[in-house]
Write a protein that binds this ligand. Structure first.
Ligand code: TZP
Ligand code: MG
Length: 218
């Protein structure tokens, strides 16, 4: 995928899915990835905290062909060097994973860089520092990132006006059908959903539902 294709897909993206080893066992990686893709996720990330590099590499190598076939960007959480080696479309880094310009030097000009942000200030800084997209959250308390205080919904509109106008900004954290309308009403246009999708009995159907809601409420 060229950089232009990656950027165009990102610009259109509304739903970002994550295959998170906290919820998915190794043997289910492919089925879960397929469920997210078939349900209409616009981007897929592999997130594997505390997992050995070889296991991460194997999971990524299984997921990448599926993402390629679906023409959906594959993003690796952490590990910029491995992202380059795998030919990932993007790398996602947190606030403690170094400066964006340093990661840019590692991954080159062709790869998307996403940054986790937890406040309006961090979101603006990530944009100015050259992130291609941001995650903004958690909006609600979430077991996926336990212990991190929720931002709350008042910040969403401010973030969308200052940052989301200029780059893809995905709201994240505790998002599920029960609060989806609420976040859309607060101004969110794009989101990342992890635990709700990954613990759904039918991942494809759950993904389709979230996507349809996001599209129906622009
Ligand atoms: N960053 C901020 S909140 C979060 C991450 C990775 C977790 C999102 O997962 P969930 O299960 O959708 O709350
Ligand atoms: Mg990280």
């Amino acid at each position: 995928m060229t950089l232009d294709q990656r950027r165009n897909l990102l610009a259109e993206a509304v739903l970002y899915g994550i295959v998170d080893f906290g919820y998915v066992s190794e043997k289910d990686i492919l089925a879960v990835t397929r469920g997210l893709l078939d349900g209409g996720a616009d981007i897929i990330q592999l997130r594997a905290k505390g997992i050995g590099l070889e296991t991460i590499r194997a999971a990524a190598e299984a997921m990448i062909p599926l993402c390629k076939a679906a023409k959906i960007p594959f993003v690796l959480n952490d590990f910029p060097d491995l992202a380059v080696e795998l030919g990932a479309d993007g790398v996602h880094i947190g606030q403690d994973d170094g400066k964006i310009f340093e990661v840019r030097e590692q991954v080159g000009e062709e790869m998307l860089i996403g940054r986790s942000t937890h406040s309006l200030e961090q979101a603006e800084k990530a944009m100015l520092d050259g992130a291609d997209y941001i995650g903004f959250g958690p909006l609600f308390p979430t077991p996926t990132k336990a212990g991190r205080p929720a931002i709350g919904l008042e910040e969403v509109a401010k973030m969308e006006a200052k940052v989301g106008k200029h780059l893809a900004a995905f709201c994240i954290g505790g998002i599920k059908p029960e609060n989806l309308r609420q976040i859309i009403h607060a101004g969110a246009r794009r989101c990342v959903v992890v635990s709700y999708l990954l613990t759904s009995p039918d991942i494809c159907r759950a993904t389709r539902f979230i996507r349809a809601e996001l599209e129906a409420n622009p």
